[in-house]
Write a protein that binds this ligand. Structure first.
Ligand SMILES: Cc1cc2nc3c(=O)[nH]c(=O)nc-3n(C[C@H](O)[C@H](O)[C@H](O)COP(=O)(O)O)c2cc1C
Length: 337
């Protein structure tokens, strides 16, 4: 099976092409530190044979948390718990990744005020964000750089910048949420300026052996928002220092989207071929057949499964068994197959 073949992500070798995408567990306390639940949750998926495990959206600033229960990476005190997660992942031969994030106008953390490119609410259930000035932008870039350095110190080998789901970086990219008239708004180049800056600064702050990726929402599902062709232009602007682009969609506006099996694969395929970058496909991918179809037809390089791995952490072990590769199954679990 192609899914069980090794893959080189930048300078990091993955034992297979199966990924657990970032999924907020909303299980931290106000201090944003990782706890026993996170240790067990992530280690279980590593025992389960997944090649790359990406820790949930971890906030680079206190006002960048989606909720008060998010993990944080804005202070050195949060490094120790994150290091425990990465070492438990590595112990089982998986690669530890982490998504660093800022929730922008979608932050519902109670102790802080939300910020955004423009003062526009997500919906009536959300607070009005403060439009960022240039000082706030400098501060944000530095927070991503510091977060990335802490991620390296905590032992992560893949860092993913969150640029999807209507959070801060996505809010700058989309003309729907970015109505600025300065050098960070308006033209495509201007809307990409912040993200390009963050990627450049993060890349120069981390060692060569650490892989760098970006998660994007390829479609806003809103008239006048980002679509596949616009995302191709965006990725062409920002791709130079990236090892992979993780292809999701939606989240910018409170609109219903149609999620059907493999609903985002066509976007991963489009970005991969039109931008000539490696991609990670995700979104209701739930069977060995779907995974093999994506990889063998060269539609994406890695395949991530989110909700499936919440309910079935040993899915990859079943794949190893099906392929007759017993070496992929931990010795202690062999009798289960
Ligand atoms: C509980 C939960 C939490 C999530 N948290 C994040 C997150 O922290 N960052 C992110 O980029 N996506 C997040 N997502 C989206 C998933 O990474 C994934 O893209 C989505 O669930 C679709 O894939 P699936 O159909 O395989 O679950 C979350 C999804 C779920 C179900």
């Amino acid at each position: 099976m192609k899914a069980l073949e090794k893959y080189k992500l930048g300078n990091v070798e993955l034992k297979n092409r199966l990924v657990m995408p970032p999924m907020c567990m909303y299980s931290a306390k106000d201090d944003g530190k990782a706890n026993e639940f996170h240790f067990t949750h992530y280690e279980t998926r590593a025992i389960g044979g997944i090649g790359l495990i990406i820790v949930e959206a971890t906030a680079v600033m206190p006002n960048g948390r989606i909720s008060d229960r998010d993990l944080g990476i804005w202070t050195d005190e949060q490094i120790e718990g994150l290091r425990e997660i990465s070492s438990r992942i590595k112990k089982h031969g998986a690669c530890p990744g982490i998504q660093i994030a800022h929730a922008g106008r979608k932050s519902q953390a109670r102790a802080t005020e939300p910020i955004a490119p423009s003062a526009l609410k997500f919906s009536d259930d959300y607070r009005m964000p403060q439009a960022m000035d240039e000082k706030d932008i400098d501060h944000l870039v530095q927070a991503f750089v510091d977060g990335a350095k802490r991620a390296v110190e905590a032992g992560f080998e893949y860092i993913e910048i969150h640029g999807a789901h209507g959070y801060l970086n996505h809010e700058f990219l989309s003309p729907i949420t970015n109505q600025r008239t300065d050098k960070f708004g308006g033209s495509l180049e201007n809307r990409c300026r912040l993200l390009t800056w963050i990627i450049d600064q993060v890349k120069s702050a981390i060692p060569e052996h650490i892989a760098l990726g970006l998660r994007v929402s390829v479609s806003d599902y809103v008239e006048g928002g980002i679509d596949g062709d616009e995302m191709v232009r965006i990725i062409n602007q920002v791709k130079e220092k990236l090892d992979i682009v993780h292809i999701s969609s939606g989240g910018l506006a409170p609109v219903a989207m149609k999620a059907y099996p493999g609903y985002q694969i066509r976007f991963a395929d489009q970005v991969k071929h039109e931008c000539q970058v490696d991609t990670m496909a995700v979104g209701l991918i739930t069977s060995v057949e779907m995974i093999e179809e994506i990889l063998n037809n060269n539609r994406s390089d890695l395949v991530a499964m989110g909700r499936l791995l919440l309910r079935d952490p040993y899915f990859a072990l079943k794949m190893y068994h099906q392929a007759g590769v017993m070496g992929g199954i931990p010795e202690a679990y062999e009798r289960g197959f």
